[in-house]
Write a protein of this length. Structure first.
Length: 208
């Protein structure tokens, strides 16, 4: 009797084991498919992965602020919980009047990124909502040990948003110079007076 009962038990265990393996394999394959789809696309859905950017959606208040001392007298740089593209928050910048001196660009939200190989092709951008007339400055800045073309750093900006009052996807693809970079950083701010919101910003190394 023991033998008779052991056979179906082993069979049952085998079937359960096969079923578990099947579920795990199916989940792994579907996950790979999803990741591959997200990694390959340059469509607006791509921004859900920040790439080299941490907290791309401004959800964790982990961004740095780059602005002259006392900027609070003429500008607002804060997290907005009412206007956002995804999640619960966005990075808001409002420049009411220019600071003293010749400073025109307010870098505002800033993040230092990990270094990338010389010659790497990089795409950066994200979602931007600007008020009409606002000069948005979403730029990638790379500094070098040895100056390139007389400059110690290069700074590249994305296209300007053309829609106003709603979030618009902007991006730019650049090739890093063949020189050793000491620092790479992303800046999201303004190059003139105005108001802008940033969300789901990304910097990604392209594989092909
Ligand atoms: Ca967000």
């Amino acid at each position: 009797m023991k033998f008779i009962f052991n056979v179906p038990t082993r069979l049952l265990k085998g079937q359960i084991w096969i079923a578990v393996c099947g579920i795990v394999a199916a989940f792994a394959l579907s996950t790979c498919g999803v990741l591959r789809k997200l990694a390959d696309t340059s469509s607006p859905g791509y921004d859900q992965i920040g790439g080299l950017v941490r907290d791309s959606g401004f959800e964790e208040e982990s961004w740095g602020i780059s602005a002259p001392p006392g900027y609070g007298e003429y500008a607002e740089i804060n997290i907005d919980e009412k206007i956002k593209h995804k999640g619960r928050r966005s990075g808001h910048v409002y420049l009411q009047r220019h600071p003293r001196g010749n400073v025109r660009v307010l870098h505002a939200w800033t993040q230092t990124l990990q270094a990338v190989p010389p010659g790497a092709r990089i795409r950066f951008g994200g979602w931007v909502r600007a008020e009409r007339g606002t000069q948005v400055s979403l730029s990638l800045r790379c500094e070098f040990e040895t100056p390139v073309n007389g400059k110690r750093y290069v700074s590249v900006e994305t296209e300007q948003p053309t829609k106003f009052g709603e979030f618009q996807y902007v991006e730019k693809t650049v090739v890093m110079p063949a020189s050793t970079a000491t620092a790479l950083s992303l800046h999201a701010g303004l190059s003139d007076l105005g108001e802008v919101w940033f969300d789901n910003l990304f910097v990604r190394i392209l594989k092909d």
